[in-house]
Design a protein around this ligand. Structure first.
Ligand code: SF4
Length: 189
């Protein structure tokens, strides 16, 4: 997929008021395109890199301007990492607006760091992310009791602490929910 800073290919309109894509009331940006093709993926319609619709990033920003009562923004898909330049532009804007950012990706954190050696935008995108939910969905690792993720191999990575410590730091769920206004909640996907 070609990279653009002006357009993003989306699978759907922005979806507000989600309670299953991270804590609080969140708006989800459903990116189109994913080549991981995980068995049991819930959104196979988002795999096609020519599917969905090409949307000017300015329009996405306008939609973000109109949001009300949202605690955060979640990038999901599809896999946002396939459109890192566009997602970076949007993430910068979300942070300017003070939103907490979660990103779901089929890549592992380590794979993203490797990719960032060729394209520093991956690392820059990471710097705007609060929590990265990483790794492919593995059907035999599926666990309905997990917080905000579908399979046991997937991790809720505290990106700020991970960058600071230069090693993977997982989200301390109790601390996170105690300090923030988010309620701890298990989801069933
Ligand atoms: S990474 Fe996500 S969107 Fe892509 S195939 Fe796996 S579960 Fe589906």
């Amino acid at each position: 997929m070609g990279q653009s800073k002006e357009y993003i290919r989306l699978a759907a309109d922005l979806q507000s008021d989600s309670i299953v894509d991270g804590p609080g009331l969140r708006t989800v940006i459903w990116t189109q395109g994913c080549s991981h093709h995980c068995k049991g993926c819930q959104n196979p319609q988002t795999w096609d890199f020519n599917g969905g619709g090409l949307v000017p990033i300015e329009m996405v920003k306008e939609a973000i301007d109109e949001l009300e009562n949202q605690d955060g923004i979640t990038f999901s898909g599809g896999d946002p990492m396939f459109q890192v330049e566009a997602c970076l532009e949007i993430a910068k804007y979300c942070k300017e607006k003070g939103y907490n950012i979660w990103v779901y990706t089929g890549f592992t954190y380590e794979e993203i760091m490797k990719m960032s050696k060729k394209n520093p935008s991956y690392k820059e995108f990471l710097s705007y992310i609060d929590i990265l939910v990483d790794g492919r969905f593995i059907l035999k690792e599926r666990d309905l009791s997990l917080l905000f993720r579908g399979s046991r191999n997937q991790r809720l990575i505290d990106v700020k602490k991970t960058i600071k410590n230069n090693e993977i730091v997982l989200l301390d769920e109790d601390e996170y929910f105690e300090k923030s206004s988010f309620k701890k909640k298990t989801i069933y996907v």
